[in-house]
Design a protein. Structure first.
Lengths: 189, 251
């Protein structure tokens, strides 16, 4: 109603001034203050706002909220998984280090054992060798002693024989037992 | 205004305000309430742009967002955080409403910068309705949630007793001026920016001045891009501030 009267006034004014114009459109001044278009703008604005509101609140906003929540969940899950994997890696490293230390200790033990074994073997062999050497030297000593004894005996025999012969050669009569006694006496002395 | 400039400059023709004229798209008739006008066209384009950004671009629901989805999520996060930070946790249920206002204003502002476009948010009819919607929403929410204690908003309990009636009058006036400043700020900024660009464009008709004019238009256009976003942001954050007053009236 108000719109119509306003436009009527506008048209009347345009007619009066002789300006070729339609309605209030060509009226100088701010189109913002042309109240005849207000109802039109307000109506379409309300339609627009209602449409946007329903599109946003029914479709767009729940969807975006869901996507953001899903992403947050995925990030949290990934972080947890990463934490888990990190823990596992640390554990694996610990196990590895422990295995390494164990292996090293084992190796050292084996080396020590081997050394001990070798030492024992060596000791046994040395003892055996010593014993053999001792036996050999004892045998040799015995042989030497025998040789010496035989030598002494021979010396005695030779000495008695020689003494007997010397006595005979000097024209004496050699009594075997006397010569023997004399020689024995000499040798002892 | 247009005619004055025309008279002074002789050959120059300035029509800085013609871009704001509401006219029917079909025929030459009067602008009635349901007439399909350029307002209808550009609001429809705004709706399509918003649907394109917020619905079509997010239709893949990608955990790794596409470019369009990133922008939609950015807009969502931006407004959501604003509502939560300014209006508080209980303001979040007004989030779709505030998001609607923000998306409409920011889209209409940017669409208005398309050459030959009609800027719907440069009209006080539009910004006034938006501001009044906020004003009534806030007032109704305030009274529904707090009853008459909502009037405590105007009674500054921390001030000396003698000053309180004076302050109450000032507070009441400032409360009712809110929708006016709220709407004129948005509409005025856009109207002024577009009009200035048009005036510079008018000067481009003089060959000597035209390079300067082009540079000035470019600079103004950059500024207007900034203004388009900032005014939408300001409108939205003020809505949140008013909403906070309604939800938590104590100073």
């Amino acid at each position: 109603m108000a719109t119509e009267t306003h436009e009527a006034v506008g048209e009347g004014l345009a007619d009066a001034t002789g300006v070729a114009a339609h309605g209030a459109d060509a009226a100088p001044g701010m189109p913002q203050l042309d109240f005849s278009t207000f109802s039109n703008q307000i109506f379409w604005l309300m339609v627009t706002l209602v449409v946007i509101y329903f599109v946003l609140s029914r479709i767009a906003l729940p969807r975006i909220a869901a996507v953001l929540a899903e992403r947050q969940g995925a990030i949290t899950n990934d972080l947890t998984a990463a934490e888990d994997l990190k823990r596992q890696a640390v554990e694996a490293e610990e196990t590895y280090n422990k295995a390494l230390a164990d292996a090293r200790a084992e190796a050292q033990k084996i080396v020590a054992e081997a050394k001990e074994e070798i030492q024992a073997e060596l000791d046994v062999q040395i003892a055996k060798a010593d014993a053999e050497i001792a036996a050999k030297s004892a045998e040799s000593e015995k042989a030497i002693a025998e040789i010496r004894a035989t030598a002494m005996e021979n010396v005695e025999v030779v000495a008695k024989d020689t003494a007997g012969e010397i006595v005979r050669a000097l024209g004496g009569k050699a009594d075997a037992s006397t010569v023997d006694a004399a020689v024995n006496n000499r040798i002892k002395g | 205004m247009a005619t004055e400039a025309q008279g002074e400059e002789g050959g120059l023709v300035f029509h800085p305000m013609d871009q704001f004229i509401v006219k029917p798209l079909f025929g030459d008739g009067n602008v009635g309430m349901f007439t399909i006008t350029n307002v209808t066209l550009w609001m429809a384009i705004a709706v399509l742009a918003i649907v394109g950004l917020m619905v079509l671009a997010t239709s893949r629901r990608g955990v790794i967002p596409s470019r369009g989805q990133s922008i939609a999520e950015l807009a969502y996060g931006f407004v959501y955080k604003m509502v939560e930070d300014v209006a508080g946790k209980d303001g979040v249920k007004f989030f779709p409403y505030i998001m609607t206002l923000f998306m409409f204003i920011v889209t209409a502002n940017f669409l208005g910068l398309v050459p030959m476009a009609f800027t719907t948010t440069s009209h006080f009819a539009v910004t006034g309705v938006l501001a009044l919607l906020v004003f009534f929403t806030v007032t109704i929410v305030g009274f529904v949630k707090h009853g008459t204690t909502f009037l405590g908003l105007f009674w500054v309990a921390s001030a000396p007793l003698a000053l309180r009636p004076v302050l109450a009058i000032i507070e009441v006036i400032s409360y009712f001026v809110r929708p006016v400043s709220h709407s004129i700020r948005l509409g005025g900024n856009l109207m002024a920016g577009h009009a200035v660009v048009k005036v510079f464009a008018g000067f481009a008709a003089i060959a000597v001045v035209s390079p300067l004019s082009v540079v000035a238009i470019t600079a103004m256009y950059g500024l207007e891009l900034l203004v388009a976003f900032i005014q939408a942001y300001v409108f939205t954050i003020l809505t949140c501030v008013y909403l906070k007053d309604a939800l938590h009236p104590s100073h």
